[in-house]
Design a protein around this ligand. Structure first.
Ligand SMILES: [Cu+2]
Length: 582
């Protein structure tokens, strides 16, 4: 299997052997995109100055030549999906102008049965019109309050006739340094907009202060997105060992064939350079031979799981993981130079991995690939495929940004490690799916994320009754089961959690996440697969009402989401502040 994979990927590599296309994208498109095999350009950096980052983004859309709808955030300088670079304590003022057009047709209409009540003229904070041209923003991983103009996704709806909407918040002093991201979160239409390309990175500066291993390294941000297939009717590449009979799952995506090959549910792109089925011509990353770099990888896919490997001469290379979901791995008090070496990095949709790579030796072209992910019988097909050829060149340009070589170390966190805090309770939740026509396996599906004891139901955006009420200042353990036959990715807003158990066995991961894979039920085990996480409500920013959901966005749009209200701590209980010295 491994050998075959290498052959297939080498075949793809030959296509890009000429070294890639170094072309600046010049286009009159509303959402311009680079061609296949391009050199991977870094997103433009918008830096804060004197503690403030003021940004104006315009959200646009267009139909491309294949009838797919692109979505994009365009900054005033014309850059698309810029990196927002801030530091803890900075003020972020982001004005979002909605210039979405109704391109009417299936691609943009979303799922009408999830459209909310239309209340024209209501406040942008009051849950007014939410339709296919409405939008808003979620700041994924940020520990900021779930209130309008900060990180509310329940009631904030910005429409094309509205004036620019201002997001304004302070990056918490205790926000761990690392990679976060922004994307729309408008219920029923999130998948369409994110698949179309609406996403961008936020980098909280200072990772080299937390992780000594990153000091002095050049860094690059790689945003991997998915999109509807560019060549949906093409047969699989002749280099593939198996040509499976294509099936479609209940969402209409190419079904998981369990072979590692065949048509993927979605194409992938890397910093918008498409790597399209069936031949996956890789994008190009140039590096100096043997150079060490910090790669900050965001899986901004709507539904695609990644399983990253870096291959040199077909052999997986060590990837020095230093941060996950924006949080340095040594947040738990581990050594400043702690590095977790892996040769495979599984990245669910929404998650981030920051890792140190060493460039290929001279004369060797490496390959960044994603290996197949078994998403379950009901899941999408995420086959083996190339992403980028790593071309070693003495004159390769340096990434735009290099981390400080001798930074002042971050003071150790004052907060008790989450793993050693006693939870106040254990809750049970479960993912499940229901065919609307039980006898038709291709029937439309309802997606549920249910608190044990409650009645499964699709998330109701008009409901103000929380499924869960928690108390700020506490921590809780949640056991999350998967009763469906496909993977789901659990995500909760406003906070991070720790993974305690996986498939019922203790793992006690010594680091934090905000998005985690929940294994599927194969119909054979006596118990449903489950994970147990420790959920951290200690930060005062968690007070308010927000959501937890599956980060496969067609599941989220389809109802796999729940509402939580975190109530203020009891007055007698002193509030614990995370690392106030930061
Ligand atoms: Cu899901």
């Amino acid at each position: 299997m491994k050998k075959t994979l290498f052959l297939v990927l080498s075949a793809g590599l030959a296509i890009a052997g000429s070294g890639g296309v170094r072309a600046r994208v010049v286009s009159t498109d509303a959402c311009p995109r680079p061609p296949e095999k391009s050199i991977v350009q870094e997103p433009e950096d918008l830096h804060s100055h004197d503690g403030v980052l003021e940004v104006e983004l315009t959200m646009r859309n267009q139909s491309d030549a294949g009838g797919r709808t692109r979505y994009c955030y365009i900054a005033n300088d014309g850059s698309e999906s810029p990196n927002l670079r801030v530091n803890p304590g900075d003020l972020l003022i982001l004005k979002l102008k909605n210039e979405l057009q109704d391109l009417s047709g299936a691609a943009v209409a979303g799922d009408a049965h999830h459209t909310m009540k239309v209340e024209k003229g209501s406040s942008l904070c009051a849950g007014g019109m939410m339709g296919s041209t409405s939008t808003n923003l979620h700041f994924h991983g940020f520990e900021i309050p779930p209130v309008c103009h900060q990180d509310d996704v329940l009631r904030t709806s910005i429409n094309p006739s509205d004036p620019p909407f201002e997001y304004k918040f302070r990056v918490p002093e205790n926000q761990p340094p690392g990679l976060y991201w922004y994307h729309p979160h408008i219920h029923g239409f999130t998948k369409t907009q994110v698949l179309g390309g609406a996403s961008g990175a936020i980098i909280v500066g200072g990772i080299e202060r937390a992780s000594k291993a990153a000091a002095g390294l050049p860094e690059r941000v790689l945003v991997i997105r998915d999109q509807d297939l560019i060549n949906p009717d093409a047969p699989p590449s002749k280099y593939e060992p198996i040509v499976p009979h294509m099936l479609y799952d209940r969402d209409g995506d190419a079904a998981n064939m369990g072979t590692g090959y065949g048509k993927p549910a979605k194409d992938l792109s890397i910093n918008f350079v498409p790597v399209a089925y069936p031949n996956y011509p890789p994008a190009v990353i140039e590096m100096k031979p043997g150079e060490r770099q910090l790669w900050r990888v965001l899986n901004a896919s709507g539904i695609t799981y990644l399983n990253l490997q870096l291959l040199y001469r077909g052999a997986p290379q060590p990837l020095g993981l230093i941060a996950l979901d924006g949080v340095p791995l040594n947040e738990n008090g581990a050594a400043a130079d702690f590095v977790n070496r892996q040769t495979n990095l599984g990245v669910p949709p929404g998650a981030r991995m920051e890792f140190i790579v060493t460039g290929p030796p001279k004369g060797i072209t490496g390959l960044l690939v994603t290996k197949t992910v078994d998403t379950g019988a009901g899941g999408e097909n995420d086959p083996n495929r190339a992403l980028a050829a790593i071309v070693a060149k003495d004159d390769a340009p340096e990434p735009r940004s290099t981390l400080a070589a001798s930074p002042a170390p971050l003071p150790p966190t004052q907060t008790q490690w989450l793993g050693s805090v006693t939870p106040v309770r254990t809750r049970r939740l479960y993912f499940s799916e229901k065919l609307l026509e039980p006898n038709n396996p291709n029937s439309a599906t309802d997606f549920f994320l249910t608190v044990e004891g409650q009645t499964p139901g699709r998330f109701d955006p008009d409901s103000t009754t929380p499924n869960i009420i928690a108390k700020q200042g506490t921590v809780e353990d949640w056991i999350i089961e998967n009763r469906s036959n496909e993977l789901h990715a659990f995500h909760i807003h406003q906070l991070h959690f720790m993974l305690l158990d996986y498939m019922g066995a203790p793992v006690n991961e010594p680091f934090l996440r905000d998005t985690v894979n929940v294994p599927y039920f194969n119909g054979k085990t006596l118990a449903y697969p489950s994970i147990r996480v420790r959920v951290d409500f200690r930060d005062p920013s968690t007070v308010g009402t927000f959501v937890y959901h599956c980060h496969l966005l067609e599941h989220e749009d389809g109802g796999m989401m729940g509402l939580i209200r975190v109530e203020p701590a009891d007055p007698a209980q002193p509030t614990e502040r995370k690392n106030p010295s930061r």
